[in-house]
Design a protein around this ligand. Structure first.
Ligand code: XMP
Length: 508
């Protein structure tokens, strides 16, 4: 049985970060809505109550029945979680004189408290709360304070219940990871047994049991998630797995051939389908971004479905869904909203059962599993690429000629990033063809009137926000020169210096 920590979600934006930190500590954890604690689940070795946008006094504040876990397993409250425990058990929580936000130092810290073993004097932490604890419940004592927050951390006298009003999960809490390690390992008795190697061994075993002799189909996109899912399944069930890789004609230059070749080298049983004609026909004259997406999505399902039906005895549809695709996050009204789920939308009458071997992994864990499986590094570190491909990077109607121009420009940019050791420093990069804009230029003795290309490269740590990458000027100059000289139809190159928000990563 895989031991785990439960993180109860009260709506804070940093809840996922707690989970990421625990996984970095080789500890399996699961985020659940505050009211879904799995009572009776013997594999749960500890629980963390996370932060919340609410004050404990708000009538709509999320409440949880503490008797489900206190006196049974160790408990750690973080920020709202700490205030909620204190408030519920008879302590006092009041609005702080001024909002406590930003860096602070633990001027006093009891390093005898198991949570703070190994802490240095004046350890920096990150505060972010409007309320503050002004009295602890009976049977609790303070274990850390800052200059302005007396009860920065507390502990129960006779049971493993702890609370911290700061956020150990954020990087500004310099010993936050040590605190979480102390909780998970020393207090909960965790074994730090969640490693890529264990994951691969256990998952291969489970997949064999789950699938038996059945046949499975999987749609490959060239991206890291579906590729790792395929290799994992291939290890478990070999030729019972058939992968389908659809070329909609708007992939990067040579991408279809290269990726297909990579897959074949990995020993995958893969069918490559060139369906570009259908996509180009259906997209003819379409300029509106969401319509492009809809048409591509619909055509993709049709093509995939037609291929999948040829495997008449398939019982399973495998997908590279990862944990962030599935986490049920709370919105401010307390309703659970399901975030996007990348189910392909195959017709229901196919009666395929869903197999999602990566459904518990964060993206960085998927990459570690890929390495464990011996996959080549260039497949593992690939930038994300949108499903509709270059269709959403051509502003205006799509034609084969425009795709060719964009593929050539994009290839120069991406290859340049690789050659200059910059590829792994950016989260995502690509070129955009402003096909409805023409500007004047001069080449040799001739006047040109052609399209501009925009280059976009962004950095991101969470995929939700992004900043434009500060690429070296000399590099940009070289790429610009190469594109204008080598790609016919382009006479001007711009670099996009917008961050997200307010801009998005893709232009459409
Ligand atoms: P935006 O443009 O919203 O993109 O900042 C965020 C991430 O999502 C990718 N993206 C898509 N991926 N289908 C996809 O599969 C789409 O329609 C789509 N639109 C954007 C984008 O490349 C970035 O990684």
């Amino acid at each position: 049985m895989q031991e785990k920590i439960i993180i109860l979600d009260f709506g804070s934006q940093t809840t996922q970060l707690i989970a990421r930190r625990l996984r970095e500590l080789d500890t399996f954890c699961e985020i659940l809505p505050y009211n879904r604690f799995p009572v009776g689940d013997e594999s749960v070795i500890g629980v963390i109550l996370a932060g919340s946008p609410y004050s404990v006094y708000d009538p709509e504040a999320f409440k949880v029945d503490l008797s489900q876990f206190i006196n049974r397993i160790p408990v750690l409250g973080i920020c709202y979680g700490a205030q909620f425990i204190s408030h519920t058990l008879g302590g006092r929580v009041e609005p702080a004189d001024s909002r406590e936000y930003g860096r602070a130092n633990l001027g006093t810290v009891d390093t005898e408290c198991p949570l703070f073993h190994g802490f240095e004097p004046d350890s920096q932490v990150w505060m972010s709360h409007g309320d503050t604890i002004t009295a602890l419940p009976q049977g609790f004592h303070v274990v850390a304070s800052t200059g302005s927050v007396k009860f920065a951390a507390y502990q129960a006298d006779d049971k493993p219940v702890y609370g911290v009003q700061f956020h150990p999960e954020v990087a500004h809490s310099l010993q936050g990871t040590l605190l979480l390690r102390n909780f998970v390992v020393d207090i909960c008795g965790g074994h730090q047994d969640w490693s890529p190697r264990n994951f691969v061994e256990t998952t291969v075993q489970e997949l064999r049991e789950q699938i038996g002799q059945d046949r499975v189909i999987l749609g490959l996109s060239g991206g890291v998630d579906s590729s790792v899912a395929a290799v994992l399944l291939n290890r478990a069930i070999g030729r019972q797995l058939t992968c389908i890789f659809v070329d909609h004609g708007m992939l990067r230059k040579n991408e279809f051939c290269n990726v297909l070749h990579d897959y074949e080298c990995l020993g995958l049983n893969v069918i490559g389908v060139d369906a570009s004609e259908k996509f180009f026909t259906d997209l003819d004259g379409v300029t509106e971004p969401e319509r492009k997406r809809k048409i591509i999505g619909r055509d993709f399902i049709e093509v995939f479905d037609a291929e999948a039906r040829k495997i008449t005895d398939a019982k399973w549809l495998a997908q590279g869904t990862i944990y962030p695709d599935r986490i049920e996050s709370l919105n401010i009204t307390g309703k659970v909203i399901k975030s996007h789920h990348n189910v392909g939308g195959l017709p229901e009458e196919m009666h395929l059962r869903l197999c999602e071997p990566l459904k518990w992994l964060f993206k960085d864990e998927v990459r570690r599993v890929g390495r464990q499986l011996g996959m080549p590094e260039h497949l593992i570190t690939r930038h994300p690429f949108p499903g509709p491909g270059l269709a959403v990077r051509i502003l205006g109607a799509i034609t084969r000629e425009k795709v060719r121009i964009l593929q050539d420009a994009d290839d120069i940019f991406i290859q340049g990033l690789r050659d200059n050791g910059l590829y792994d420093q950016v989260w995502q990069a690509g070129a955009i063809l402003l096909s409805e804009v023409r500007s004047v230029g001069v080449m040799g003795d001739e006047r040109t009137y052609e399209n501009p290309i925009a280059l976009r490269a962004v950095t991101s740590s969470d995929a939700m926000t992004a900043d434009w990458a500060r690429l070296p000027y000399d590099f940009l100059a070289q790429v610009s020169n190469d594109i204008i000289n080598k790609v016919r139809g382009v006479n001007r190159v711009c670099y996009d210096i917008s961050s997200k928000p307010p801009a998005t990563i893709e232009w459409e």
